[in-house]
Design a protein around this ligand. Structure first.
Ligand code: COA
Length: 162
């Protein structure tokens, strides 16, 4: 049987509990999920590629069918390289829709064989984003609710110095 692989892409700067929720749910649907750390041209990251990959590996340790990789190029090229056919994205609110819809259409234009599937974010994480996490960390706030427990100290340490 052909294994169904999905790619969950993002900048993950850093990974949050909202991302982890999407990873966990995708891992239940697909045989194999590759979390792909990619560059978002519109953003200057606070964590390096390597740091973001390591944080995701720590956070996703409990899921045997989840791999974490990084790629410096077009998302669709990575999807093809991994022999995947589906891109998974999380939708937090209506405000995400227009941007995500545009990206999905653009990706389909370049690679018609690849489908984008949206999972609605759990309501308890719909307010969450990586920039909110960075902001709280920089101001010494409590991160327990927002990032995986094993990353709280690392993220606080790293961002309090920036
Ligand atoms: N829970 C919590 N936060 C979430 C979330 C969820 N389920 N889903 C998204 N977010 C947040 C992220 O934390 C991020 O927050 P921030 O703006 O505060 O940093 C924000 O939503 C956007 O997510 P991001 O990870 O930056 O993803 P994106 O949807 O903007 O897409 C790439 C980024 C990397 C996937 C995209 O730029 C890409 O494909 N790059 C490769 C180059 C390429 O192919 N370009 C053409 C694309 S059409």
């Amino acid at each position: 049987m052909v294994k169904k692989t999905a790619i969950y892409p993002g900048s993950f700067d850093p990974v949050t509990k909202g991302h982890l929720d999407i990873i966990e749910r995708s891992a239940r649907i697909f045989d194999r999920v590759v979390v792909a750390v990619l560059e978002n041209g519109a953003k200057i990251p606070s964590f390096t590629f390597g740091e973001r990959v390591e944080m995701l590996k720590t956070a996703a340790r409990g899921f045997p069918n989840v791999e974490v990789k990084s790629f410096d190029g077009l998302l669709v090229d990575f999807v093809r390289r991994e022999n995947a056919s589906v891109i998974v994205k999380g939708l937090r609110a209506v405000s995400d829709f227009e941007y995500e819809f545009q990206m999905a259409l653009l990706n389909r234009k370049i690679a018609p064989e690849i489908e984008t599937m949206f999972l609605t974010t759990s309501d308890k994480y719909c307010f969450l984003s990586s920039s909110i996490v960075r902001d709280i960390a920089r101001h010494g706030g409590n991160l327990d609710e927002f990032v995986p427990a094993e990353l709280v100290d690392y993220i606080r340490e790293k961002l309090s110095k920036s």
